[in-house]
Design a protein around this ligand. Structure first.
Ligand code: SRM
Ligand code: SF4
Length: 558
């Protein structure tokens, strides 16, 4: 395959130079973090600190006030932990909440990739925070940046007898694809310094250039598609025969980010390229990342994700190169059925008899809110050591490995804090919004701060049309990057400007079909007006068992 991309060093994007000259992600980041004169870091610092799991941000609500006072913006850092498959112990939960209260804004944020973010960590508190993570046995290495990020995995243990075995792959893949640099320990944990004449530790996967762009892996355990397996660079779909876990169907090239007005960017679902036995899974992931490392576009970051590599070079070329490096061919993909994506609420047990319960966390924000006091409830449950915790890809918290004798006490604590089953509708329980304002620098419109009000109005319409018992997957993001996966929602709102969104309809309930643009730009009144009409016709015209997403797809785009 002749391909001119990446051949001319002058054409490479500026970030490429920052990576290769960083001496294993160090550059002068330690010095910048020690500089008390500014709360910010340089452009290179901004890029490199991502690989350490952090982004510099500012409070956008306070920009005008700061500018008026001739002060620099209110800079602080967001830190994203690396928690493969979202699993943490009760002690880790306590430590993280306490650390968040001391060093960040006190509100932990459960993300769509099963981990926890802190917001509002000022520069001087970065090292103490990272040290606290280390004491808890946690880190934020590679949670962001052009590397493989937090590996996510289907959270529902009742879904298959081999769930626990599959779940372990998330941690194993995460470790296998971790950058080899010691920069993290050096900068944040006062670890041993690399000699000044050394270029950085040898790293067979990432070398000195890392990947062309972010890289994401998700593991799904059918029939539950809570991880939205087809939107990741690699989607592994667990396949078992009876009680026995055998391996994975492999999907490659999913990704959602796009830019308004740039048709060269688009959301894309992955292509399933075949089946690999479980003992080949780690090597397969490693080699897919390596082929993307070698062929991904390093000139234009807007074209650098694996999805664009596949569309530029073809899926067949990529698969052929991959099989050559692996030394084996993929077997045909096995049949798979996905049925839903929402988390299971209420008590349920796994195949060993241990109990689980999902606690709904509105937009993933762990806070006490209007009598629904998640933060206090989860802290008390952790302090009493009643269970472990699992962040889900739907931004909720699952209480895990609960013994029968502890269920009643957990129920009592949840009830005392206003957390009862049926508190929210199904649509609300399955709704997702990204962070957006005030911390996300890319937000064009509100998302997490708007979703509760918007969903309440959708619920009113559902009540009006007798649809309130149905879950209609509703997702909002503040911009087209798609962090809340709005492109695979039945109702997707993608921020375009303050109070204005692209209205996308027609995704399916299982997450196997992209929705499409129904209105290029609309405000709340227009969106609700459209939904009112469509819910009305849906009730009259739906076929037996048809979901709203399938109906919208059939009648609007069919
Ligand atoms: Fe995301 C960038 C938040 C999941 C696609 N995402 C960002 C940044 C870091 C903004 C920035 O670059 O400065 C946001 C930080 C906001 C803040 O204040 O915290 C941000 N993304 C999030 C989170 C926290 C949303 C949430 O509310 O849960 C999710 C954190 C995931 C994690 O724990 O690792 C999050 N982001 C996603 C997802 C969903 C997923 O992976 O399942 C996507 C779509 C899938 C994909 O990657 O294609 C996603 N985020 C993006 C993109 C577009 C990437 C692209 O290929 O174009 C950006 C912008 C970029 O990379 O340039 C972005
Ligand atoms: Fe920010 Fe856009 Fe991601 Fe929302 S979708 S968190 S606005 S980058």
């Amino acid at each position: 395959m002749s391909d001119e991309i990446n051949k001319d060093p002058k054409k490479l994007s500026a970030v490429e130079g920052m990576k290769t000259s960083s001496r294993g992600l160090r550059a002068d980041l330690a010095e910048q973090m020690a500089d008390p004169v500014t709360g910010n870091v340089t452009e290179t610092g901004k890029q490199l600190i991502k690989f350490h799991g952090s982004y510099v941000q500012d409070d956008r609500d306070r920009r005008a006030e700061r500018e008026e006072k001739k002060l620099e913006w209110a800079y602080s850092f967001m830190i994203r932990l690396r928690i493969p498959a979202g699993d943490i112990t009760a002690d880790q939960w306590i430590g993280l909440q306490e650390c968040c209260d001391q060093n960040a804004n006190g509100t932990m944020k459960i993300t769509t990739r099963q981990t926890i973010q802190y917001h509002g960590v000022v520069k001087a508190r970065m090292k103490p925070t990272m040290k606290d993570f280390d004491v808890l046995g946690l880190d934020s290495i590679a949670a962001c940046g052009d590397v493989n990020r937090n590996v996510i995995s289907g959270s529902n243990p009742a879904i298959a007898p081999f769930h626990a075995e599959v779940h372990e792959y998330a941690a194993a893949i995460s470790e296998h694809l971790l950058p080899k640099t010691g920069a993290f320990k050096e900068i944040w944990l006062d670890g041993e310094k690399l000699a000044a004449d050394q270029p950085g530790e040898p790293d067979p996967l990432y070398q000195d250039r890392y990947l062309p762009r972010k890289f994401k892996i998700a593991v799904a355990i059918p029939p539950h598609n809570d991880v939205d397996v087809f939107v990741h660079d690699i989607g592994l779909i667990a396949i078992g025969e009876g009680d026995k876990f055998e391996g994975f169907n492999v999907s490659i090239g999913g990704g959602l980010g796009a830019t308004h007005g740039n048709p060269k960017t688009y959301p894309r679902l992955g292509n399933v390229i075949g089946f690999v036995p479980k003992d080949k899974a780690l090597e397969t992931c490693w080699q897919i990342a390596a082929v993307q490392r070698d062929y991904g576009n390093r000139e234009d970051r807007a074209q650098a994700r694996l999805k664009y590599t596949l569309d530029r070079l073809s899926v067949d070329f990529f698969k052929g190169e991959l099989e050559k490096r692996l030394g084996f061919s993929f077997a045909p993909a096995r049949p798979v059925l996905f049925t839903h994506r929402g988390d299971p609420y209420g008590w349920f047990s796994d195949h060993t008899g241990q109990w689980y319960n999902t606690v709904f966390v509105d937009c993933g924000r762990v806070k006490d809110d209007d009598g629904y006091n998640i933060k206090s409830a989860l802290m008390e449950i952790a302090q009493k050591q009643l269970c472990a915790f699992r962040c889900t890809a739907n931004q909720n918290v699952m209480l895990t490995y609960v013994e029968e004798k502890n269920k009643a006490e957990i129920d009592e604590i949840l009830a005392r804090h206003g957390i009862t089953q049926g508190h929210y509708t199904k649509t609300k329980e399955e709704a997702i919004a990204c962070v957006a304002l005030p911390t996300c620098p890319l937000a064009l419109a509100e998302a997490q701060r708007y979703l509760p009000a918007f969903v309440a109005k959708v619920e009113d319409l559902q009540r009006k049309h007798g649809l309130i018992e149905e879950a209609i997957t509703t997702r909002i993001t503040g911009c087209p990057n798609g962090c809340g996966r709005p492109y695979v929602a039945e109702i997707g709102l993608v921020g375009k400007g303050p109070g204005r969104y692209v209205l996308r309809l027609g995704g399916d309930y299982q997450g196997e079909r992209l929705n499409r643009v129904y209105k290029e730009e609309a405000d709340e009144t227009e969106i609700l007006g459209e939904l009112d009409k469509l819910f009305g016709s849906f009730v009259k015209e739906r076929t037996s068992g048809e979901t709203f997403g399938d109906y919208a797809n059939r009648t609007l785009f069919g």
